[in-house]
Every structure is written in structure tokens, then in C-alpha cells.
Ligand binder design. Structure first.
Ligand code: BGC
Length: 412
């Protein structure tokens, strides 16, 4: 009798877990036109597999506002099931003991074989998967309005000197050379692209990954700040506080010629129906190298079979071949999975993939500090605070490098 009851209970339990409706509350900051179109692909696939998605978008480029919202949720003991996280943020949350493990999904899906090792490592906590990657974004790009440049007789610049000369010419024609939004993360995005271009990979590594004081205070760093000062002269008066996608819109409508921004900007051009190569142009920022960030979903420890089923489903879909293709066509990035063909992608995405391979071979494939891939939060924040203070004042470059070294020291 007893046995029968237990068997019946087991059957009921089994039945319950088989029909658990996958639930996911997803915190992300994909709220611009291109971003929203991209994340919709995942929502649709999730719904197609019977999942119920509760959306928690927190507007704010670069994710600062989203990360503040996340902290509040975790502190109140009510973490979302899945969160858009990047880089060492993932491991920092893991160290706080609040992440779930999705290693079983990763093993079943053979993720180790499908991902570049560097990408896989960003997704692991103590050797096991705790996050699922959706893409590889290149940060160091220049976007240009094709018509504006053609009218001005300007090619996409290949050196910073060419950029400065082009910008002066455009300024003389009454066109804003550089569309920029004065938000700390956007200042940092431009700064690291200039640093990579002027200093090269070894300098970038020493300064922004090893926090080497000699590199931070070097003549090279002074030259980087000098170029940032020059760029400051090429933005319009209304730049403070402007969102990145509004800066992209300035390039779209010909009010400005260039924007220095990661390739989520391409998602924005595409969402507006513009054609790469015809309406807008892309080129790596001068000096080469490849600065990347990898968007991913990390999963927080939650109770409830439906939520855990939701996490597993989301992890599986995120790494799906179709999703990685369609999402990235909309997002402007390239797939994280190595086996997704780029046949349906444009020349910017192909250039990204090609350059990534070359950079990987010559040691210049490096994580973006500005997008939280290279450093812990406190150190990245210390650099960005200095960069923003510089950009919004007339601080001399020499003072900026002294402030930079000091800010790093104080953040340790
Ligand atoms: C993220 C992108 C996002 C961009 C602007 C970056 O840090 O990686 O996915 O589109 O910020 O919000």
C-alpha cells in the first residue's frame, strides 16, 4: 500500500516537472530600435517553445542603470531569472554566491566545441558554465554617413591625422564632424578606441588589463588624451547627456559625419532601413586591433521548477544556431558560435569576423575595458571617471595621466 502511494506521488511529481511551463524574467538594457528588434527574436523563440517571458528592460546605454536595478533586486532577495551581463561582472556575481549553474545545458549542447576559447572562458565560473553568450561586438569602429562624406570628398579615415583633417574640413562646411553623446560610458568607448589605435595592443594590455603604472602615465597615454581633446573639439554643443542612438541618428540624417561606437550602432542604421556600404559606411578606428565585448545572459539562483525550466530553455535557445544568426543580423554584432555562416551578413560583419581572426593570431584581440570585459568594476569605473572629468573640462593631458594613476591606486 505504502509503496503504491509513493509510486503515485512519484508519477505526479514526474508529470508536474514534465509540464512545468518555462518562466523567465529577463533584465536587459536593449531598448533602442535595433536592440529591441534583436531581443524580440529571443522572446519569439521562447514563446514558441511554450515559455512565458516577463520583460524587464532598463533603458540606458552601456547598462549602468540596468546594473543598479539588478543590485537592488538581488539585495532584496528577488533576483530576476536571467540577466544581460558582460565580462568579469559574471564572475563577481558568482563570487557573491547568487548565480545558477547551467553546465548541463552547455554539455548537452557541446558549447566547448562551438565557442572560441576566449568567449567560453568569459562564460565560466570555476570551470563550469554560468552564462550563455549571444554575440561578439566589436567596439572600435567608426561609422560614417556615405552621402555627407562623398559630398565633402572624404574617405573613411585610416589614421587619426586623416580623421582630424577630415573633421576640420567638415567643420568648415558647417557639418558636425563627430556625433557623440556625453555619457561616461560613451566617453570611455571613444577613449579606449583611441588608446588602442595610438598605443597598440601591448600598450592597451599594459594600461587597461594589467593597470601598469608606467603605461598609465606614459607619453603614449598623454598622446591618447591629446587626441581625445582634439575629438572634443569636433562634437556639437548639445552633446552632454545625449543617448548613443540619438548620436547615431545624427549620422543617419546627415547632421553629423561620423560616430565612434560599437557595432550595435549598425543595428540602429539597419533598423532604420539603411544599407551598409550605400547609406552608411563602417571602418575600424585608426590603428587597428580588435576590442570586443560579448553580450551574455547569466542566470541567477531562483526557486521553482518553472523558473529553472525557463533558465534551461533560455540557455539552450541563446546558443541555438538560428537564434545566433537572426539576433546578430539585427544587433549589428557577429555570432559567438563559430559554426554560423556569415553568408547573409553585410560587409561590416564580415570585416569584423575577418579582423577578429587576424587579431586573434597576432595578439591584438583584446577585451573592452569600457564595456566591462577587461577589469573589475571598481578599476574600470576609476578610469572612466577620469576620462569623463577630462572630456568635460579643460584639464591638461599631463594632469589627466596623473589623475588616472591616482584613481587606479585608490580603487585597489
Ligand atoms: C552592450 C550592447 C548594447 C550597448 C548599448 C553595450 O555594452 O554590449 O549590447 O547594445 O551597450 O547599450
Amino acid at each position: 500500500m505504502m509503496k503504491k502511494t509513493m509510486m503515485a506521488a512519484a508519477l505526479v511529481l514526474g508529470a508536474t516537472s514534465a509540464i512545468a511551463e518555462p518562466q523567465a524574467e529577463v533584465l536587459h538594457w536593449w531598448t533602442s530600435g535595433g536592440e529591441a528588434k534583436a531581443v524580440q527574436v529571443l522572446m519569439d523563440e521562447f514563446a514558441g517553445r511554450g515559455g512565458v517571458w516577463t520583460d524587464m528592460p532598463v533603458a540606458g546605454g552601456g547598462g549602468d542603470a540596468a546594473m543598479t536595478a539588478l543590485r537592488a533586486r538581488v539585495l532584496s532577495g528577488n533576483a530576476p531569472t536571467a540577466v544581460q551581463l558582460v565580462g568579469p561582472n559574471i564572475q563577481e556575481w558568482y563570487e557573491e554566491g547568487v548565480l545558477a549553474n547551467i553546465n548541463d545545458v552547455a554539455i548537452a549542447g557541446n558549447w566547448d566545441a562551438l565557442l572560441p576559447e576566449a568567449v567560453a572562458n568569459h562564460m565560466k565560473c570555476d570551470g563550469e558554465y554560468c552564462a550563455a553568450p549571444v554575440n561578439v561586438h566589436r567596439i572600435n569602429w567608426i561609422w560614417g554617413n556615405a552621402q555627407v562624406l562623398a559630398d565633402a570628398g572624404i574617405e573613411m579615415p585610416a589614421t587619426w591625422a586623416e580623421f582630424n583633417a577630415a573633421a576640420e574640413k567638415l567643420q568648415g562646411m558647417g557639418i558636425t564632424p563627430l556625433a557623440h553623446g556625453g555619457q561616461a560610458w560613451q566617453d570611455a568607448t571613444v577613449f579606449e578606441a583611441v588608446a588602442m589605435g595610438i598605443g597598440g595592443a601591448d600598450f592597451y594590455r599594459a594600461a587597461f588589463m594589467e593597470l601598469d603604472e608606467a603605461a598609465l602615465t606614459s607619453d603614449t597615454m598623454i598622446a591618447v588624451f591629446d587626441q581625445l581633446r582634439t575629438l572634443r573639439g569636433f562634437v556639437d554643443d548639445d552633446f552632454p547627456g545625449r543617448d548613443w542612438n540619438l548620436a547615431t541618428a545624427m549620422v543617419m540624417n546627415g547632421e553629423a559625419a561620423f560616430q565612434i561606437m560599437g557595432d550595435w550602432a549598425k543595428g540602429e542604421f539597419m533598423a532604420a532601413g539603411l544599407e551598409p556600404g550605400t547609406d552608411f559606411l563602417c571602418a575600424p578606428t585608426p590603428g587597428g586591433g580588435f576590442l570586443y565585448n560579448v553580450d551574455s545572459f547569466a542566470f541567477f539562483a531562483v526557486d521553482g521548477e518553472d523558473k529553472i525550466a525557463g533558465q534551461n530553455l533560455l540557455a539552450e535557445l541563446t546558443m541555438g544556431q538560428n537564434f545566433q544568426e537572426v539576433f546578430n543580423l539585427n544587433k549589428g554584432s557577429i555570432p559567438a558560435r563559430l559554426d554560423v555562416l556569415l553568408d547573409s551578413f553585410d560587409y561590416c560583419a564580415r570585416r569584423s569576423s575577418y579582423d577578429m581572426n587576424v587579431a586573434s593570431g597576432n595578439g591584438s584581440l583584446l577585451p573592452s575595458y569600457a564595456h566591462d570585459m577587461a577589469l573589475r568594476g571598481a578599476q574600470a569605473g576609476a578610469i572612466t571617471d577620469t576620462v569623463t572629468a577630462f572630456f568635460n573640462s579643460d584639464m591638461p593631458s599631463q594632469d589627466a595621466v596623473t589623475a588616472l594613476a591616482l584613481a587606479i591606486k585608490n580603487s585597489m
